[in-house]
Design a protein around this ligand. Sequence first.
Ligand SMILES: [Zn+2]
Length: 313
Amino acid sequence: MISAIGIDIGGTNTVVGLVAGSVVLERRVMRTKGATDLDRYVKDIAHIIEAIALDYPHCNIVGIGIGAPNADAVSGHIYHPVNLPWKGEVPLTQLLTARTGLRSYLINDATAAVIGEMRFGNSSNLTDFMVITLGTGIGSGIVANGQLVSGIGGLAGELGHVIAVPGGRSCSCGRSGCLETYASATGLVNTAIERVRSGADTVLNSKPVMDITAEYVYNAALAGDAVAIGVFEHTGFILGTTLADVIALLAPQALVFMGGLAHAGDMLLVPVAQAADAGMLKALKGRVAFTRSVLPDSDAAILGAAQLVFDNR
Ligand SMILES: [Zn+2]
């Protein structure tokens, strides 16, 4: 069976998947965070691919597709990836091909997720939508008139670096107040830490601030902690207000959320939809769907990245 490896490189984890057609047969997770030794990291990916090949002898793996932040599809290099542990220019496809002997292709991670969602997700019948991945950072991609909007060097659709709070938190991109610094999992945690440090009466105080995670804030909110609920409301307000502008610009049929923070579901998406609705152009009210991708985490990016291999055969 003709198969491909699809890799989703996120700021926290890297997921290596085995794809045949539209099916992800296998997913193996390794850490990205802290993997400062690039050679070691590439070697670890190659070992996972070897192990997958041994476990699936009926699969003929014909190449590797990689979705990563700041990726240049033409050179196969990652440039100055702010959420990844390597600096400068990383010739990832060349390194992986040298290590595995397999042809490798690189694409922006958000673009990979959009392609996966377009072809295999619940948006395959839509012509105008935006995919928003809420993870360590924020990834996003735009589909307009049934086409992926790529812009110069595939850099279009960087919603995470739209300024949501003028003069706000400093962002790793060098600007201040970017949406990513508030509405990613990292941003949500920082809001929670701010509230703890301001002396709020909350169960979040029961952990050292360094150990607070988005999941921990979510569980506290689920248990009824008013401060934790407020953190989600604040995050949702900032995201929803920014999305009202996006909606004015694109008039999309849907906004499709994925990524770890999207698992918070209504806790986040209800305040997002409320804020977006409050700021939305009247002509568009009630006409834009706020949905979560039906694809399991990472699968959209894995499927989209693997398509590069199949498309280039
Ligand atoms: Zn930024």
